[in-house]
Every structure is written in C-alpha cells, then in structure tokens.
Design a protein around this ligand. Structure first.
Ligand SMILES: Nc1ncnc2c1ncn2[C@@H]1O[C@H](COP(=O)(O)OP(=O)(O)OP(=O)(O)O)[C@@H](O)[C@H]1O
Ligand SMILES: [Mg+2]
Length: 229
C-alpha cells in the first residue's frame, strides 16, 4: 500500500512563503480506486506528484509498498517509478520528437535496457488500439489533437503494467464518449488486475465510479460525509 504521512509542500516566491499542501496524511490500499477532488489550486496535482514519486515534499514521508520514496537515491526512485508507477500528467508531457508509438513504448524500452523488441512494439500497438488510436501510430504529438495526446499519455502510463496508475484529470480534454472509454479501460484494469488507481478529477461522474474520494481544499483534506462526492 501507499502510506503518506504529514505531507507538506511549501514554495518560496520572492518574500512570500506559499503553503500548497499542509499536513496531508493518506493511505491507499493495494487494488483501491481512489479519486482526489477539489477546487482549482487546492494542491491536487502537487499531492499526486508527491504520492507518485515525482516531487519531494518539503516535509513528511511517502512509503510505497514498503519503500520510503524520498530517502532512497534519486536513481533508485526513478527506476522504481519506471517499473511500478504509471503517471498521466495534466499536460501529457509527451516527447515531441517521438511518434505516438515511440512515446508509448519508451518506458518499456527503458525497463529493457533501452532495447526495443517486437514484443514491446506489439504491446504498444495493442495499447494504442485499446485507446482508439490504432490509426495514429506514427503521428507525432503536434500532429495529434489534445484528446488524442491525452490517450497516448494513458497508453504510455500502462505499458509496463504498473502496480499503481496516477492520473491527473485523465479525461479533461476528452468528449464524453472518449472519457467513458478511458475510464472503462482504467476501471477494468483495476477490477481485473487489481491495478491501484489514483485519479484527480473534477468530474462528478468519474468520482462516482471510484471506490473512494478524497476531498482537498486549500492544501488540506476535507472530511465529508460518507458517499458524498
Ligand atoms: N513550482 C511552483 N512554484 C510556486 N507555486 C506553485 C508551484 N507549483 C504549484 N504552485 C501553486 O500551488 C497551488 C496548487 O497547485 P496545483 O497544481 O497542485 O493545484 P491543482 O489543485 O492541481 O489545481 P488545478 O485543478 O487547477 O489543476 C497553486 O496555487 C499553484 O499556483
Ligand atoms: Mg492540477
């Protein structure tokens, strides 16, 4: 499981100290599907990055299935992330010079000592077909629509069959049919493979499909009645 204890994130901007996350503790069990919901600027992306090993908290610790993420060496954390964590960024972060397929299989190649195999390529094609982009394999990001880039980013997050997938507004740029398709894919993996899912969303329809929703406001967890979204 993931255990985050008393997480703080503070930025210094000129003379100001900006406290973005203020003492958040959360536990996410293996196989759970959890939503993180809250207003813009509440600290959702910041918290997600911290939970996913991408951003060191100013204070607090994150234990990821027995490993303390922020006391290990940076290279060890990067390797753990590549093998066990899938991350879909709010702004996709695809590599502009690579095709859709090359972007998707990059984490698998890294895991395989930078070597491409036909197995890896086939897996990439299958994932792109799964998200409805079987006919866009060789498009570069600038030749794809926003929603298509988002789906490439989702395929990339899944290529190493990670233990946990973190998604920051994964349907933010999708029409409702594509949004439902993407959520069906993620929830199927959660149900079938017990892949843990942590999704930042502002869409109530999505939050309702998740097992549990964490509410965050001004960098702090809100306690709300059970079943409230
Ligand atoms: N690198 C940074 N330096 C200074 N302030 C930052 C930095 N990153 C984020 N912030 C501030 O932290 C706050 C929380 O940002 P965050 O991206 O976590 O919000 P969010 O809840 O994901 O919002 P949204 O729903 O709009 O994506 C914001 O007010 C933002 O301006
Ligand atoms: Mg955000």
């Amino acid at each position: 499981m993931i255990i985050a204890k008393d997480i703080h994130k503070t930025y210094r901007q000129a003379d100001n100290i900006l406290r973005v996350v203020k003492g958040v503790s959360v536990e996410i069990a293996d196989g759970e599907a959890v939503g993180i919901v809250g207003p813009s600027g509440a600290g959702k992306s910041t918290l997600l990055h911290i939970l996913g090993g991408l951003d060191k908290p100013s204070q607090g610790e994150v234990n990821f299935f027995g490993d303390d993420l922020y006391t290990m060496a940076d290279e060890a954390r990067a390797a753990l992330r590549n093998a066990h964590i899938g991350f879909v960024f709010q702004a996709y972060h695809l590599l502009p010079e690579l095709t859709a397929l090359e972007n998707v299989i990059l984490p698998a190649m890294i895991k395989n000592n930078s070597r491409k195999t036909s197995h890896i390529e086939l897996e990439g094609v299958k994932l792109l077909e799964m998200v409805g982009l079987g006919s866009r394999l060789t498009h570069r990001p600038d030749q794809l629509s926003g929603g298509e880039q988002q789906r490439v980013a989702i395929a990339r997050a899944l290529v190493n069959r990670p233990q946990v997938v973190f998604c920051d507004e994964p349907t933010g740029n999708l029409d409702s049919a594509s949004g439902i398709l993407v959520m069906d894919i993620l929830l199927n993996l959660n149900a079938r493979d017990k892949q843990t899912l942590v999704i930042v969303t502002h869409e109530e329809k999505i939050a309702k499909r998740l097992g549990r929703v964490i509410h965050i406001r001004d960098g702090e967890l809100e306690t709300t009645p059970a079943n409230a979204v």
